[in-house]
Design a protein. Structure first.
Length: 249
């Protein structure tokens, strides 16, 4: 079956207006599975087999989701995303990015989350994993957990460390809520605060809030009059996460 599809580019077409994903992976089996699985979930999927091609495609085309393998010829996931984030002309510079890998230690996972990846997907994965990833693109907090214990333990490696981190996160969130009125008037400072918050959310498994922080940060970077449009959703996720964290530890 693998020989029936090109090794460098795979396309899966769906109805116009559906979400678009780019899969960059040098392993043919992984590439084929991810493309076909995304198509079965209703996305349009395109794929390439190295980091250089991924940068070029994401520069020229607008994708809603990037699935980037951590170790590819040309550039790995971190290098691809860094190149796109610093290029204002890239059409996919601010889309949701997920790193994929067959092996990952906690330190590398933390590094990727701090580098603006919304999630790290371990391979082999399944349809349930990809449905969870699609929740990041759809940004519906109803489909995302406030606190994902499995993600937090996978990132930090120990439940006691997770609990300690969540205690610190709750204090951070309370302080942020108290500062919101001031931050509304300083988009640059607000965006920087959200950047730090996203890492904390990733470490602690605060999935819904991390997603809303990502969306709000991107809107702030646009610098237009409607840049605070997602603020109400962020506020709801912020308050709900503070409440959820009060019951942990």
């Amino acid at each position: 079956m693998l020989n029936t599809l090109p090794s460098d580019v795979l396309r899966a077409s769906t109805a116009p207006g559906t979400a678009r994903a780019l899969v960059a992976d040098d392993d043919p089996a992984s590439r084929l599975f991810l493309v076909e699985a995304l198509r079965s979930l209703g996305l349009e999927a395109q794929a390439c087999n190295d980091g250089t091609a991924a940068i070029a495609l994401a520069h020229d085309e607008a994708f809603d989701l990037l699935l980037l393998d951590c170790r590819m010829p040309g550039a790995g996931a971190a290098e691809v995303l860094a190149a796109l984030r610093r290029d204002p002309q890239a059409r996919s510079s601010d889309c949701t990015a997920v790193a994929t890998s067959a092996e990952m230690d906690p330190a590398e996972r933390r590094h990727l989350l701090a580098a603006e990846f919304s999630e790290v997907l371990m391979k082999p994965c399944n349809l349930a994993d990809l449905r969870r990833i699609l929740g990041l693109v759809q940004a519906g907090t109803a489909s995302l957990p406030l606190l994902d214990d499995a993600q937090a333990i996978a990132t930090m490696g120990d439940a006691d460390v997770v609990n300690a981190m969540r205690t610190l996160l709750r204090a951070e969130l309370v302080a942020l809520y108290q500062d919101l009125d001031l931050l509304r008037g300083d988009p640059e400072a607000f965006a920087e605060r959200l950047h730090r918050l996203r890492s904390s959310c990733g470490f602690c498994g605060a999935t819904a809030l991390g997603t809303q922080a990502t969306l709000l940060q991107r809107h702030l970077k646009l610098g237009h009059a409607g840049s605070l449009a997602p603020l109400s959703r962020f506020n709801r996720a912020l308050l709900a996460t503070i409440e959820a964290l009060a019951g942990t530890g």
